[in-house]
Design a protein around this ligand. Structure first.
Ligand SMILES: [Zn+2]
Length: 380
């Protein structure tokens, strides 16, 4: 991963490069920031820069032996820890949870190469453990300690990237802490967290924080323009909705035709709730429950966005913004149902549902419960 392949974040890149130039690379750094801002690609690009055999002023060379291995994430001195759970295959056989299992590691490399802005739910869906509690386990921490005791193979530094540090299992924390306190020479820990407040305090205190802010709209817009042959209005729509999250912007823009029916799917649900037709709602719930958690979360976010538009249109006579032309007419009618009496409550219910989806709630119960509440709220 080269720095120039990462969307925006010029300030963070500059600071990271400066630490290498001035030879003050801190041995444990914690990259914090929201989803989709580029913490993982920045950590990988930084590690690649540190290991590059022919460093340029503002980026790795991209062509030396080290860079070529980094591109494929197969450099022998680059190690990853990430959340994982036991994987049960269709045939019923179980792969023990480990970041060092060759198949799991390959899946990780493929996932990161396909999307360096990977989010936890997408990763869990990729390895088909989206309904399990994934953790960074103690066994994998032991394995890392063993590896760090060995000599480096090819580079000056051994690099350990730990993704989603907040998922560190409690029994693994003392092991990691010990090695952060007494790091072997020439070891670089790049830790990544979306929720640093959930990270064990003693570990936090051993790290230098690298804050990764939201990506500017301008940077996301120009990145999307380069990559996607889409109309200006569609790109603006994605940028506005994504709120500094590149992963989300790409998701919105690259929705397949099936997913473009989100709007119809949402409106049909709200209509069923309004009537209410519980037999059909039950079919609807079955359908959404079959999709993955990432899709369900996107659906709820989309619903929040649309309810807000409706309220502003109906209550404040504002023009619809961020809405595609074809959808405006349908919304015109629907927005009459959203008013000062119900808008906050609807907001709260959708937010709560999204919160519980993140925490592995059972989707059938959750969406049925949400539908019953909506049936009531839309009539207020
Ligand atoms: Zn290089």
């Amino acid at each position: 991963m080269l720095f120039r392949e990462i969307v925006g974040q010029s300030e963070v890149k500059k600071k990271l490069i400066q630490t290498v130039k001035e030879n003050r690379i801190s041995h444990a750094q914690l990259f914090t920031g929201n989803e989709g801002v580029g913490k993982l690609p920045l950590a990988i690009a930084y590690a690649q820069y540190v290991s590059c055999e022919n460093r340029q002023g503002d980026d790795s060379c991209g062509v030396c032996a080290s860079c070529i291995k980094y591109e494929k994430l197969i450099h022998p001195d680059l190690h990853f820890l990430f959340p994982i759970a036991n994987i049960t295959s269709a045939s019923g056989s179980t792969t023990k949870a480990s970041c060092f299992n060759p198949d799991t590691l390959q899946e990780w490399r493929n996932s990161v190469q396909a999307n360096p802005y990977l989010e936890l739910n997408e990763w869990l869906e990729n390895i088909e453990i989206e309904n399990k509690q994934a953790t960074i386990n103690a066994k994998d921490c032991n394995e890392i300690i063993k590896i760090l005791g060995l000599k480096t193979y090819e580079s000056e530094f051994k690099v350990v990237i730990i993704w989603m540090l907040e998922k560190l299992y409690h029994s693994a924390a003392p092991k990691l802490l010990k090695i952060l306190e007494e790091p072997p020479d020439k070891t670089l820990f790049l830790l990544i967290s979306e929720n640093p407040e959930q990270v064990v305090k003693t570990i936090l205190s051993r790290t230098q924080i690298v804050k990764v802010p939201r990506i500017s709209d301008e940077d996301i817009r120009s990145a999307l323009k380069k990559k996607y042959d889409e109309s200006q209005s569609k790109i603006n729509y994605a940028v506005n909705l994504a709120d500094g999250n590149y992963f989300e912007a790409v998701n919105i823009l690259s929705k397949s035709d099936k997913e473009k029916s989100d709007f119809n799917f949402l409106i049909s649900w709200l209509r069923l709730c309004y009537k209410p037709e519980f037999a059909k709602i039950s079919d609807w719930v079955d359908e959404i429950s079959k999709t993955g958690r990432e899709r369900q979360k996107l659906f709820l976010n989309y619903a929040l966005h649309l309810i807000k538009e409706c309220f502003e249109h109906n209550g404040c006579s504002m023009e619809f913004s961020n809405i595609e032309e074809t959808e405006k007419e349908v919304l015109e009618n629907f927005s009459k149902l959203i008013n000062v009496k119900n808008v906050l409550k609807i907001y709260e219910e959708l937010n709560t549902a999204s919160f519980h989806i993140e925490r592995n709630a059972y989707p059938k119960i959750l969406f049925m419960d949400l539908s019953i509440k909506m049936a009531h709220l839309l009539r207020l």
